[in-house]
Design a protein around this ligand. Structure first.
Ligand SMILES: Cc1cc2nc3c(=O)[nH]c(=O)nc-3n(C[C@H](O)[C@H](O)[C@H](O)COP(=O)(O)OP(=O)(O)OC[C@H]3O[C@@H](n4cnc5c(N)ncnc54)[C@H](O)[C@@H]3O)c2cc1C
Length: 442
């Protein structure tokens, strides 16, 4: 096992930095167990693409990206077992090559499986990625290994989304489905058109995503329908210059932290240039809908709300950010997606069909001054919204306990499994108010 001494860990967009004393790069399950058993405090990281400060911040840290092998396939059950540091891109290529898929994917493929599951990473028109996990080996705080299966419903539902606070996921088994082809259509629509059609479109289509374009009264609607792989689709990927959207946004938003109102003008230009053409193509869910490369970094927040409450929250956000008296101008796009209800304790979709709404700052370095993150959080929290664990939010224990019905159960289990708080960094300690919890139980 490789060890690096006394370095600085830096997140993907350089907004988070932590000094460490030892960084272990592990390749075997036994090494993972040994390092955890012998460390007083330990955190672990994947591709470092979370905006929340949840990955490192302890003297000893584990680089999981070197723990990245495919362990086995079960062709009868259509399952694949992988080490948790494997990149999502590698997992998806492996399962596509044997004719399988995971039917709901995030719009990013450079993340690790462990990082994706731990933070409740999701796509649209399906369930969180972690819901497709049928089994995992979890390394507990004392270094012992516990195999978690669907037979222990409570435990697997606690572990599926757990920010690495219950243990480190070692190997993970995914239940896959047969691969299918999607016919994807994309077009602009005014807010008054797409908003009332959400529920009917969710029934009609196998894939629905809306890139909302703040300050323009428009959204860009992406639908997908399953078709026979041989069905002919006349491909229309729109003008060639569309691929420059992210770079053009970066340039137009360059001074928007100093003069936030520039955003409203930039959005109108971007909407006209990059979101006014219709597009049409076909491919697997992975090939047709997941972004494979990004030219620049960014900073993200994302909030989620029950499907029935979304129209009201949407109108409130729209009216708030369109007030020129405040500075909550929002960069394009706000990504609106749909997740079906599940039973995972810290899932955004626990107990309810859910809408997720992203909020992006294209300028990661000035994200602290981006007022929109605060305004969006305030409105979502007011309506009982839940934050994406891997992205930026300020809410802590007291507020989270009101929106996650299983929050206190999670904290209790965490306290049992990790009584010395080995897996907590300062951010996570505050998130679960761990000091108070330990004090109460003492
Ligand atoms: C450009 C971009 C696009 C994104 N798109 C989406 C999207 O479409 N949908 C969505 O839901 N999210 C999305 N995200 C968020 C992203 O999926 C999460 O932040 C994810 O956690 C990043 O994975 P990572 O490998 O970088 O994990 P890291 O950021 O390195 O770690 C995240 C957390 O996982 C823990 N962890 C890592 N490995 C393990 C393990 N083996 N066991 C237990 N815990 C572990 C870490 O300790 C940390 O707490 C996006 C982020 C970016 C930057």
């Amino acid at each position: 096992m490789k060890q690096n001494k006394n370095g600085t860990w830096v997140s993907w967009n350089e907004n988070l930095k932590h000094n460490y004393k030892t960084m272990y790069s592990i390749t075997k399950e036994e090494e993972l167990q040994e390092v955890i058993a012998n460390s007083e405090k330990i955190r672990f990281f994947g591709s470092k693409q979370s905006s929340a400060d949840i990955a490192t911040g302890s003297d000893a840290i584990i680089n999981m990206t070197t723990y990245n092998k495919i362990v086995s396939y079960d062709y009868t059950k259509k399952t694949i077992t992988v080490q948790s540091g494997l990149l999502l891109s590698d997992l998806l290529e492996a399962i596509e090559s044997v004719g399988w898929c995971i039917p709901c994917l995030p719009d990013i493929n450079t993340i690790t499986i462990g990082g994706a599951l731990a933070t409740g990473t999701h796509g649209t028109s399906g369930k969180l990625l972690s819901e497709y996990m049928s089994e995992c080996n979890l390394i507990l705080a004392d270094g012992s290994l516990k195999t978690i299966t669907e037979d222990d419903e409570d435990l697997i539902n606690a572990v599926r989304v757990s920010l690495g606070m219950l243990g480190v996921m070692s190997t993970i088994t995914f239940q896959c489905e047969p691969i299918y082809t999607l016919h994807v259509k994309e077009k602009p629509e005014s807010d008054s058109e797409w908003l009332p059609k959400i529920k009917s479109r969710l029934k009609e289509h196998d894939f629905l995503r809306i890139l909302w374009l703040p300050h323009t009264n428009k959204g860009y609607v992406i639908t997908g329908d399953k078709i026979d792989a041989n069905t002919e689709v006349i491909e229309n990927k729109g003008p060639k210059y569309l691929k420059h959207r992210r770079n053009a946004s970066k340039i137009l938003y360059k001074y928007s932290h100093k003069f936030p109102w520039i955003t409203a003008i930039a959005n109108k230009i971007l909407a006209k240039a990059f979101f006014s053409s219709k597009k049409e193509h076909k491919g697997s869910l992975y090939q047709a809908t997941v972004t494979k490369s990004r030219g620049s970094t960014l900073e993200l927040a994302e909030w989620t709300i029950g499907l029935d409450k979304f129209p009201q929250v949407f109108e409130e956000i729209k009216s708030e950010i369109n007030k020129w008296s405040n500075k909550s101008f929002i960069h394009i796009p706000m990504d609106v997606r749909f997740v079906y209800k599940d039973k995972s304790w810290l899932s955004y979709a626990y107990g309810q069909d859910t809408v997720t709404m992203g909020c992006v700052s294209r300028n990661a370095a000035t994200a602290d001054t981006y007022e929109a993150f605060k305004s969006v959080e305030k409105i979502f929290l007011k309506h009982g919204g839940r934050p994406h664990w891997g992205k930026r939010f300020a809410a802590k224990d007291a507020k989270l306990s009101k929106v996650y019905p299983k929050w206190e159960n999670f904290k209790e289990l965490r306290n049992q499994l990790d009584p010395t708080n080995k897996f907590l960094n300062p951010y996570l300690t505050e998130l679960v108010n761990a000091k108070a919890l330990v004090y109460e139980n003492a």
